[in-house]
Design a protein around this ligand. Structure first.
Ligand code: ZN
Length: 468
């Protein structure tokens, strides 16, 4: 059996109350599941013990759990079983219902014993919520009822821990493995940083928009990324057991993280684009995408649209072109769907080079310019009309324009200077802005930036003002 992590520890605690700092544990149950061989059944080991809390158990809690003062009087203290708890959760994902409660209690209990305790935590309430968003309730009784889970000792630690393991098994019975893995990945909150990184590396990152750079041993970065929340995004690179190939490589090679905060998401995208181009990170697919991206040009006389890759795109003539597209292949896909929609000819679009009628004509989807049933001029006019949905509109300003972006979290303001749907630079103060206006760099086409600007503008949400 394949699970979303090679080892899971389902944990449930009974306590004297709900305050992790003030109340104490009266019982611990752990069901540990190890997947040594995905082809075979997992190894399941159960363990449970009463714990002497050192204080009386309130009567209402005794009534709920059935655990009385008399029962715990001769039980071990937490200090006496701390090592056992650590061993049984070591290396496993800590799974609990309302995990913050159980995990918080254990952390406090270990701390009182002078020890630290950390684990990657998966909360089954959150997992249930993510997989069954339409369900109204996600408390344990609702989950038991929804999935017809077997109950043996509800409100006792081992009984409830067993229910959680039964819940995960029910998920694998009812849902595709990939859906469970994806949900678990999102719910797993505490990322395990690669051991060679400083333990505080994540805490050093702000929960703000910006770009981040992963460095290995070389002077050039391994990876550059952007996010509206730097800490969360960087953590996500390291938070799953089954990582993407890229994240696995990054985890092995990363030595330090650098970041640059920006005022907003647009600034982060602009900065990422510039960094990717200038630093050529070894693991960045974004760069290849940028090189392959481009626009379509339509000749004035009848003839197929021409794909111009990024390096050949002149920002001054970008208005009137179509796109941008992430690759020639995606441009051809767009043409194929226009052909289907408007009865255009595959040969006239440059999609094929055969003799006689085009493929679309053979399935009666082409109006017939390829067999002389339509004039090339008429077809070209229809093509121009069809392509209009992809047209890059005229730049609405004579020259430079600026866009102001202010951080929601800090006082930071970024002023992005733009021309011809391209980015020239970002200023964070008047001096920088003055220098950008005095001596603007030559604009360079970047498909991601142009697409973002054109789309935002089409929605009337581009707060641009002309500079001169
Ligand atoms: Zn045709």
């Amino acid at each position: 059996m394949q699970l979303f992590a090679p080892a899971l520890a389902f944990v449930d605690l009974e306590t004297t109350g709900t305050g992790a700092g003030s109340d104490a544990i009266t019982e611990i149950g752990i069901v540990r599941v190890d997947v040594a061989d995905p082809a075979g059944p997992p190894t399941v080991t159960e363990w449970s013990t009463l714990v002497n809390p050192g204080v009386p158990i309130p009567p209402e809690i005794q009534a709920l759990t059935g655990i009385s003062d008399a029962m715990v009087r001769n039980a071990p203290t937490f200090a006496q079983i701390a090592g056992e708890v650590r061993a049984r959760t070591d290396g496993a994902v800590f799974v609990a219902h309302n995990a913050r409660f159980d995990y918080g209690f254990l952390k406090h209990a270990f701390a009182r014993d002078g020890q630290s305790f950390t684990a990657r935590v998966l909360c089954t309430v959150k997992l249930s919520r993510r997989l069954f968003p339409e369900a109204g309730h996600h408390n344990l009784d609702s989950v038991i009822a929804r999935h017809s889970l077997p109950i043996d000792g509800r409100h006792r630690a081992l009984g409830d821990a067993r229910v959680l393991w039964a819940f995960v098994q029910a998920l694998y019975r009812d849902l595709p493995d990939a859906a469970i893995a994806e949900a678990a990945k999102r719910v797993l909150r505490v990322p395990s940083l690669p051991p060679q990184l400083d333990a505080g590396a994540l805490d050093a990152l702000p929960e703000a928009p910006g770009v981040y750079l992963f460095y290995g041993l070389n002077a050039l970065p391994l990876y550059i990324g952007k996010s509206r929340n730097l800490r969360e995004r960087v953590g996500a690179h390291f938070s799953s057991d089954y990582r993407s190939a890229t994240d696995s490589r990054l985890s092995a090679e990363i030595r330090r993280i650098e970041f640059e905060e920006t005022a907003g998401e647009i600034g982060a995208l602009l900065r990422e684009s510039a960094l990717v181009k200038s630093l050529l990170p070894a693991h960045n697919h974004a760069l290849r995408r940028k090189v392959e991206s481009g626009v379509l040009e339509l000749p004035a006389q009848p003839g197929p649209p021409r794909y111009v890759a990024a390096a050949g795109v002149e920002p001054g003539t970008i208005a009137g072109c179509f796109g941008p597209f992430s690759s020639q292949r995606s441009a051809r896909e767009a043409l194929r769907s226009l052909a289907a929609e408007h009865a255009l000819c595959w040969k006239a679009l440059g999609l094929e080079k055969r003799q006689g009628p085009c493929f679309a004509r053979q399935v009666k989807r082409c109006a017939g310019v390829c067999v002389g049933a339509e004039s090339p001029e008429a077809h070209h006019a229809r093509l121009a009309e069809a392509l209009a949905t992809h047209a890059i509109p005229p730049w609405p300003f004579g020259g430079l324009a600026a866009m102001r972006e202010q951080s929601l979290l800090s006082q930071r303001v970024d002023v992005h200077v733009l021309r011809d749907w391209c980015w020239l630079g970002t200023a964070t103060d008047e001096g920088e802005l003055g220098r950008l206006i005095e001596a603007p760099p030559r604009p360079v086409f970047d498909a991601d930036i142009t697409r973002l600007l054109v789309r935002t503008s089409a929605r009337g949400r581009l707060p641009l003002f002309p500079l001169r």
